[in-house]
Design a protein around this ligand. Structure first.
Ligand code: SAM
Ligand code: SF4
Length: 349
């Protein structure tokens, strides 16, 4: 049986080195502890956000995507290697058939102590309660504006009211702290940051502003639309007063702040202007079964083929461990190196 690592980018193959023997949870060559796996459950979506994918996006055929039992095999192997946190994303994770059962199965894997999800929220009104019952413990809802007309323009056809109903249902289901993700896109929602930030005053939510990242076929559009976190922060402070830095988790890419007297927090994810590579503890699984070692690098390792060739759990663990050992340090955006092989929707953020 062929279980050696299969590189998807030949140029990277030479740079891979075998992981040395060590005990305990996974680390990479730079000594970073890697214990957080983000899984894209599908590349498909029920929206087409302008910064994420083209309007006429084609999605992969079902057979090219990981089946549920294959995802579970990877989660079990990853948990045995010290992974403790799983985030389900997409495309849109809630459109995957059997999503509630998938959450239940993953949450019951020994060693996994948190299962979270990033969603556009459109289906949450029906799903929030069953997902919470199944063991979902963290929820990030992406919502870039509170203006229904702008929301439709950004998502191409999304209904803001449905997302808002979903958020209400998530709160009722006990999803705390609820995190709101907003990508700031010049000309689409850059002035909306203030209204979104205001949500953190009366609600215990974490409102996080994400810098637009260039990817694949929409990279050129994206580069023209980037608004830096510094700019967004200045806009918020000019309207709502100073933001005070608060203590946070070092591995969280969002730098946390609070407005005076606010119940919730405001965070900035500045992957373009201030990358957080030193604290990175994550690796990613794409819907078509590739381990992606850095969001913004096209370096990937194939798990789908070894799984379909009948590899053993130990083979799978060896492949994952070696891949993670070779996780790149940082992204190449400052040098003009933009990930080309995938759209954001195929990786999941
Ligand atoms: N469909 C789900 C959603 O929208 O939350 C999950 C997948 S989506 C790819 C995950 C996150 O990535 C969302 O918060 C989305 O706004 C963000 N995102 C998408 N394209 C992006 C880009 N080019 N730069 C930065 N963030 C992006
Ligand atoms: Fe779909 Fe999320 Fe991408 Fe929007 S950001 S198109 S909701 S995957």
């Amino acid at each position: 049986m062929q279980t050696a690592i299969q590189f998807l980018n030949e140029n990277d193959a030479a740079a891979f080195e075998p992981a040395p023997a060590y005990d305990g949870p996974m680390v990479d060559r730079f000594g970073r502890a890697i214990n957080y796996l983000r899984i894209s459950l599908t590349d498909a979506c029920n929206l087409r956000c302008v910064y994420c994918m083209p309007e006429h996006m084609t999605f992969r055929p079902r057979d090219e995507l990981l089946h549920g039992h294959e995802i579970l095999a990877i989660v079990r192997a990853s948990a045995e290697l010290g992974t403790t946190k799983i985030r389900l994303t997409g495309g849109e994770p809630t459109i995957r058939p059997g999503i509630v059962e998938m959450v239940r199965s993953i949450a019951s894997v020994p060693g996994i102590n948190q299962v979270a999800m990033t969603t556009n929220g459109l289906l949450l009104a029906e799903l929030a309660e069953p997902l919470a019952q199944a063991g979902l413990r963290g929820l990030n809802v992406s919502i870039d504006t509170l203006d229904p007309v702008k929301f439709k323009r950004i998502t191409r056809w999304g209904d803001l009211g449905r997302v808002w109903d979903g958020i209400t249902a998530a709160e009722a289901a006990g999803m705390h702290p609820l995190k709101i993700n907003a990508v700031v896109t010049r000309g689409f929602n850059d002035e909306e940051a203030v209204a979104l930030a205001r949500l953190s005053i009366d609600r215990p939510w974490h409102v996080r502003f994400i810098e637009l990242m260039p990817f694949g076929s929409v990279a050129e559009f994206q580069q023209e639309m980037v608004v830096s976190s510094a700019e967004t922060r200045a806009l918020i402070e000019a309207e709502l007063g100073p933001l005070h830095r608060v203590a946070g988790d070092n591995s969280d890419p969002a730098r946390p702040y609070r407005l005076a007297g606010a119940r919730g927090q405001i965070g900035f994810i500045s992957s373009v202007t201030e990358p957080f590579c030193a604290g990175c503890n994550r690796y990613r699984l794409t819907a078509d079964g590739k381990l992606r070692l850095c969001l913004l690098r096209d370096k990937e390792v194939d798990l789908l083929t070894p799984l379909r060739n009948g590899c053993t759990v130990d083979d799978l663990k060896d492949i994952i461990r070696t891949a993670v050992w070779n996780k790149p340090w940082g992204h190449g955006l400052p040098d003009g190196i933009v990930p080309q092989q995938r759209e954001m929707s195929q990786i999941g953020g």
